[in-house]
Design a protein around this ligand. Structure first.
Ligand code: TYM
Length: 331
């Protein structure tokens, strides 16, 4: 059975992009894979986090993931900082990765912008810690959204360079599982920007804990253009906001974009937005209700994470100990 690893930063509440790009896929993969899912609090720290909020959001996201269908009895769910293997292999990989490779990472460029000198070294070496997350478990399949594609290529480059430098066949190749339709959900306020937990505008995203009223309001206010929906996909060209809403609808119903347009083409956004809201509420309503219920018992959430961390350590420890032996640490 192939081993799956994936992670999410415990900053804010998971949003629709996280759900359609990654989490929904995680739930399905549980059927026929051995899965390890991680709240990557060490990655979150690469930009300033208020300590109490970080703790709170780690618990909050645990509740959301359980509510969405992650099964901690059959699979592993934990927070990254509780398993030291990540930091130890991350350091080895910092010594394997080349500065030139990190310089090419577009996510760092996007996040740091022009003010590069004032960002943490952690943000810069983030992709080598991400490579360590995956390789510490010898995971071979990684379900993520499209924005992580370049980081996965780097994880393979780092694993292969380690193997080459030390003359071993130790780290396997990693395959990204990127959903074809919904790998890049865009902001509701600007169809050229990715939907993100950290966007300053709460109106730009649907959160997994939104109430039906909040969902309805955000979709009603979602930016569109004055034209009716086109009947063919070519008509979505240069209409990023319209494309995004149709993409979300298609991802929720399992239809293709042309199928959705065949139904709604020629109509204005009013009826389409109402239908989209209905789909969103049907899919996310139960997740939000179950999240609220789980948040009532933080002790249970903490025990899920602690149990997950112990089991994650048991898998990663021998792999990272072997990497440490290979590089020549004296024990
Ligand atoms: P993060 O926390 O930014 O996002 C979690 C997952 O959600 C996907 N995603 C999206 N998919 C579609 N449309 C969007 N607008 C959207 N926004 C986010 C992300 O692609 C991701 O799959 N670096 C990772 C976390 C990480 C990780 C790992 C993932 C750390 N180590 C090892 C896989 C393997 C991140 O920042 O995810």
């Amino acid at each position: 059975m192939q081993r799956v690893f994936s992670g999410i930063q415990p900053t804010g509440v998971p949003q629709l992009g996280n759900y359609l790009g990654a989490i929904r896929n995680w739930v399905v993969l549980q059927q026929d894979h051995e899965c390890i899912f991680c709240l990557v609090d060490m990655h979150a720290l690469t930009v300033w986090q208020d300590p109490d909020s970080l703790r709170q959001q780690t618990l909050g996201q645990t509740a959301c993931l359980l509510a969405a269908g992650i099964d901690p009895a059959r699979h592993i769910l934990y927070n990254q900082s509780a398993v030291s293997a990540h930091a130890r292999l991350g350091w080895i990989f910092n010594c394997v990765v080349r500065l030139g490779w990190l310089n090419r990472m577009t996510q760092f460029k996007d996040k740091a912008g022009k003010d590069r000198e004032n960002h943490s070294a952690g943000l810069y070496v983030y992709p080598s810690l991400m490579a360590a997350d995956i390789h510490a478990f010898h995971a071979t399949r990684v379900p993520v959204g499209d924005d992580q594609r370049q980081h996965l290529e780097l994880a393979n480059d780092i694993g292969q360079k380690f193997n080459h430098d030390y003359g071993v066949a130790f780290f396997p190749m990693v395959e990204g599982l990127i959903p074809p339709g919904s790998a890049r959900i865009m902001s509701l306020r600007d169809g050229t920007k990715k939907m993100s937990k950290s966007d300053p505008s709460a109106q730009s995203r649907i959160e997994l804990t939104d109430t039906p009223d909040e969902i309805a309001l955000k979709i009603r206010r979602a930016k569109t253009d004055p034209e009716p929906l086109p009947s063919e996909e070519a008509g979505l060209e240069n209409r990023p906001e319209a494309r995004n809403l149709v993409t979300i609808y298609a991802a929720l119903t399992g239809e293709t974009v042309p199928e959705v347009l065949a139904r709604f083409g020629g109509e204005g956004f009013g009826p389409f937005k109402a239908a989209l809201t209905e789909r969103l509420v049907a899919e996310l309503g139960p997740v939000a209700a179950e999240t609220r219920r789980l948040l009532g018992d933080p002790g249970h959430l903490l025990s899920v994470l602690r149990d997950g961390a112990a089991r994650a350590s048991a898998v990663a420890e021998p792999i990272v100990a072997e990497a440490e032996r290979i590089v020549g640490y004296l024990r």
